[in-house]
Design a protein around this ligand. Structure first.
Ligand code: AMP
Ligand code: ZN
Length: 505
């Protein structure tokens, strides 16, 4: 049974899907006025992992994520740069898609853009007016918060307390000589904004204008998932007002429930401080990925539970790199063992290995079923890898061991894949070779062993043959030179009863 922490009930709930075997998920997308930062990426990667896990557990997941391509921030950026708002939005929408793919985040099933869904939003606003939940003032339309009694439930706020806070604020603003609000109630928020000169605008029953931010998610989730749907997600900063308002709009319009489960991810910080431009610790995902393997960044993120604050730092990145490196090496070593199995009596307790493999898979599932505890799930993978290493270290496999060791290796690759880490691709990328050895061994073998071929595994054999011959002739400097050459490429030579073999150092 999958359990998840639900923001609305503030407790872990069983995942109850509306339709058996199917999950509809909506995760709010970015406002496209800049490339996304690693904080945004954290939230998107968290939900990518949740989605991948649900798919792996057998659910048919429909994942919808909007792109907010009309907004004050986009308009401000366009004005600053003397460009058209649509051009700015198009540029950063493309950059967003590129960055997400680079980070290994799966494309959503539907990626609606606000500017292409205006009719659906107008329809919803009209329904709210017709139902007495919204009103128009000179081309603006506001949602009447008091018309929806459940307002505040999601974020745990009390409407009366909020109102008195607003009143004090209003008194200050009015006192400073600002024009009084046109809203009937200070808590009301905009569904539609009358056009201002030079801003993007669409025709509507209330004149030219543009949608408020919250209405787009209500319109798009209803259009692409239907109401209610299973999971609504986003970063914790969206709980209020964005998600509170989405819920109010959607439930007031349809008279039904909106999302069954609400999930929110914790914020990313840099060196334990809030990430902000003024602190100079603002990092774009694109820039981080210039120098960091996306698998390493994801590894760092997975080591913290998705709801906890996540601390990003160069040290943590280096730790994640080392941790992923250990797993890559272990997989490569297993490849070596599998490729070099011999027709000998088995040195392994294969029954115990099989049992351990099953246990590791179960441990992973239990950790992920418990509110997607990726940190614990990774711990299970690490323990398993260490155990398999210990069982096989310094041994030559029997051919009869192969199916069991292959299963163990496949499980590591499979489980990391569920978390979105392609450990095989990461290992190849690091070495630029599709074999177990880097291409440089061919050059080394050409130099030290007169090897003339192109095959890395053959080159290693040639080097080992030279070393064995040198040792037999007590030509220690030559034997050591081979060892040092391999060592410079990150390998060590291990002498086993079946002869020497090369392992990752
Ligand atoms: P925005 O474009 O600001 O609406 O943000 C897009 C997504 O990124 C939302 O789900 C936000 O909650 C999330 N987000 C923004 N800043 C951070 C942060 N520092 N850490 C984690 N998520 C964030
Ligand atoms: Zn939203």
């Amino acid at each position: 049974m999958i359990r998840l922490y639900d923001t609305k009930t503030r407790s872990k709930q069983n995942l109850e899907t509306l339709e058996r075997g199917k999950v509809g998920m909506y995760v709010c997308g970015p406002t496209v006025y800049n490339r996304i930062h690693i904080g945004n990426a954290r939230t998107f990667i968290s939900f990518d992992v949740i989605r991948r896990y649900l798919m792996w557990r057998g659910f048919d997941v429909t994942f919808v994520q909007n792109v907010t391509d009309v907004d004050d921030k986009i308009i401000a950026k366009a004005a600053e740069e003397g460009r058209d708002a649509a051009e700015v939005a198009a540029e950063y929408t493309e950059a967003f898609i590129e960055d997400m793919r680079a980070a290994g985040v799966l494309d959503p099933d539907v990626r609606p853009k606000a500017t292409e869904e205006i009719p659906a939003m107008i329809e919803l606003v009209q329904e709210l007016i017709d139902g007495g939940h919204a009103y128009e003032v000179d081309g603006d339309v506001y949602f009447a918060v008091r018309s929806y009694p459940a307002y505040g439930e999601l974020s745990g706020r009390n409407v009366d307390e909020m109102e008195s806070g607003h009143r004090e604020l209003r008194a200050e603003i009015d006192g400073a000589g600002h024009v009084a609000d046109r809203k009937r109630d200070p808590l009301d928020f905009a569904l539609w904004k009358a056009a201002k000169p030079g801003e993007p605008a669409w025709e509507s029953p209330w004149g030219m204008g543009r949608p408020g931010w919250h209405i787009e998610c209500s319109a798009m989730s209803r259009k692409y998932l239907g109401l209610p749907f299973d999971i609504h997600g986003g970063g914790a900063d969206l709980v209020f007002p964005h998600h509170e308002n989405e819920r109010a709009q959607s439930e007031a319009a349809c008279g039904c429930a909106f999302a069954n489960h609400w999930m929110h991810g914790g914020m990313l910080q840099v060196n334990s401080e809030k990430m902000s431009k003024s602190l100079g610790n603002f990092k774009l995902l694109h820039d981080v990925l210039e120098s960091t393997d996306p698998a390493v960044l994801r590894f760092l993120m997975l080591q913290t539970h998705y709801r906890s604050p996540l601390d990003f730092s160069d040290e943590r990145l280096a730790e994640a790199d080392a941790a992923l490196g250990r797993i890559k090496n272990a997989v490569k070593n297993l490849d070596w063992l599998l490729a070099n199995a011999e027709d000998i009596p088995s040195p392994l307790d294969v029954r115990a290995l099989m049992e351990r493999t099953r246990e590791a898979k179960m441990g992973f599932i239990l950790a992920m079923d418990d509110d997607f505890n990726t940190c614990k799930a990774l711990g299970e993978i690490f323990d398993f890898v260490a155990d398999v290493n210990a069982r096989t270290a310094g041994k030559t496999l029997a051919i009869t061991d192969v199916p069991f060791v292959r299963d163990a290796r496949a499980l590591v690759v499979d489980l990391l894949g569920v978390l979105g880490v392609d450990v095989e691709a990461a290992a190849q990328e690091a070495e630029g070779t599709d074999g177990a050895y880097p291409a440089e061994v061919v050059g080394l073998a050409a130099e030290m062993a007169g090897y003339e071929g192109e095959d890395a595994a053959e080159a290693v054999d040639a080097l080992l043959a030279v070393r064995s011959k040198a040792r037999a002739a007590k030509d220690w400097p030559r034997a050591d030179a081979v060892r040092d050459g391999l060592s410079s490429l990150g390998f060590a030579v291990e002498d086993t009863p079946q002869g020497p073999r090369v392992v990752r150092a």
